[in-house]
Design a protein around this ligand. Structure first.
Ligand SMILES: Cc1cc2nc3c(=O)[nH]c(=O)nc-3n(C[C@H](O)[C@H](O)[C@H](O)COP(=O)(O)OP(=O)(O)OC[C@H]3O[C@@H](n4cnc5c(N)ncnc54)[C@H](O)[C@@H]3O)c2cc1C
Length: 346
């Protein structure tokens, strides 16, 4: 069996390593030039949802849900994802999207947002939620998968550049660093940031990930704090991981409006990380050269997709086929100009 070296021990590389080991691969090295979860994974919001707008993304999420359910609390808490619309148009859009998702088997329903204690709803036109969705701890989940992989015989090497290791197959799972290994990949770094505020008294344990669909402002509970995020008005196409304080101030105003119990909560921490964006905001998964396989370009939702992707990649590497259809994610789709539009990139 070929020696497989996985470059990058983020959520994606860890999941590939774990699933390769589960399938019986015996000669696998998981290498990170820094340490486990030191890339985007360690900086992520930790959201997991099945509520996407295209069938391939929904299928990836449904498959991933199995591992998140198995991990359970405290690594994953199924507190739900609730999308709010604040306009009639937005409400129609949410309902149309929910109908598509329901047709694919996602248990998403119209809900009464007043069930979330403390939430401001006098300007809400309607809400939908899937209560199987929820929030996870990306660093801890990744560490758990690495631990399982190591128990099954995978060699784990931190502070090691994967390019320096002998191998028959190199799997590139380096997030925004992937173009250093394969320069022709159409992956661009986009700087994004998160803020934790707190402590907030009496935060409901089951506060769902709450998203304003029109603005994309969203927040989740993390312990006694609330974690905030939003798509930025002017995309920052840069490798510099810098916090924009004006955005932080704006988000606190938005939080005070949507969730008044957190209005005066001080900032605990603000940090920035990189999305690895592709032209259509979908990942690149598959062979890109002789002996080189890519699993990158996750465009802001790689943590939640990593369980299904890890399993599919492991199947393809070992058996040449996979139960999950990876056709929509091949690199050559860009040459043909084919794209499929995922609308819910947060
Ligand atoms: C602010 C923010 C919020 C996010 N929120 C969410 C969310 O709520 N839900 C979600 O699903 N996703 C979210 N994401 C996206 C998610 O974090 C990423 O899609 C996912 O973590 C990508 O994982 P990865 O393993 O592909 O890459 P990374 O986690 O970036 O890991 C790549 C690793 O490769 C290593 N590496 C690089 N070059 C080499 C080399 N030559 N040799 C060895 N190792 C190398 C790096 O050190 C790094 O550890 C968010 C991202 C950010 C920045």
């Amino acid at each position: 069996m070929a020696r497989i070296v996985i470059a990058g021990a983020g959520a994606v590389g860890a999941s590939i390593a774990y699933h390769l080991a589960l399938l019986g691969a015996r000669d696998v090295v998981l290498a990170d030039r820094e340490q486990i979860a030191s890339g985007a994974t360690g900086k992520a919001m930790g959201g997991f949802r099945q509520q996407f707008s295209t069938e391939p993304e929904v299928r990836l999420a449904q498959e991933s849900a199995k591992l998140f359910r198995e991990l359970g609390p405290p690594l994953f808490e199924a507190v739900g994802y609730m999308f709010l619309a604040t306009s009639d148009d937005g409400w129609n859009r949410l309902r149309e999207r929910a109908a598509t998702q329901q047709s694919l088997g996602v248990p998403v329903d119209e809900v009464d947002p007043s069930r979330v204690r403390g939430l401001r709803i006098d300007d809400v036109a309607g809400a939908v939620a899937c209560w199987e969705d929820g929030v996870a701890e990306p660093t801890a989940v990744t560490a758990e998968l690495v631990r399982r992989a190591a128990d099954l015989g995978v060699e784990v090497r931190e502070q090691t550049d994967a390019r320096d290791l002998p191998r028959e197959v190199l799997v590139v799972a380096c997030g925004a660093g992937s173009t250093e290994l394969v320069p022709e990949l159409p992956v661009r770094p986009l700087c994004r940031q998160l803020v934790d505020v707190g402590p907030v008294a009496d935060l409901p344990d089951d506060l769902p990930m709450t998203i304003e669909d029109e603005t994309t402002f969203h927040f989740r509970r993390r312990g006694e704090t609330v974690r905030l995020a939003m798509t930025e008005p002017v995309p920052r196409w840069t490798r510099d991981e810098v916090v924009d304080d004006e955005l932080v101030a704006d988000w606190r105003v938005r939080l005070a409006h949507r969730y008044p119990p957190a209005a005066s909560a001080p900032i605990v921490r603000a940090w920035a990380g990189l999305y690895d964006m592709t032209p259509d905001a979908h990942p690149i998964i598959g062979w890109v050269d002789d002996g080189v396989y890519a699993a990158c370009g996750f465009s802001g939702h790689g943590f939640m997709q990593s369980p299904a992707v890890g399993s599919a990649v492991a199947h393809e590497l070992l058996h040449g086929t996979t139960p999950l259809d990876l056709t929509p994610y091949r690199l050559d789709r860009f040459a043909g100009g084919a794209i499929f539009p995922e609308q819910t990139v947060l």
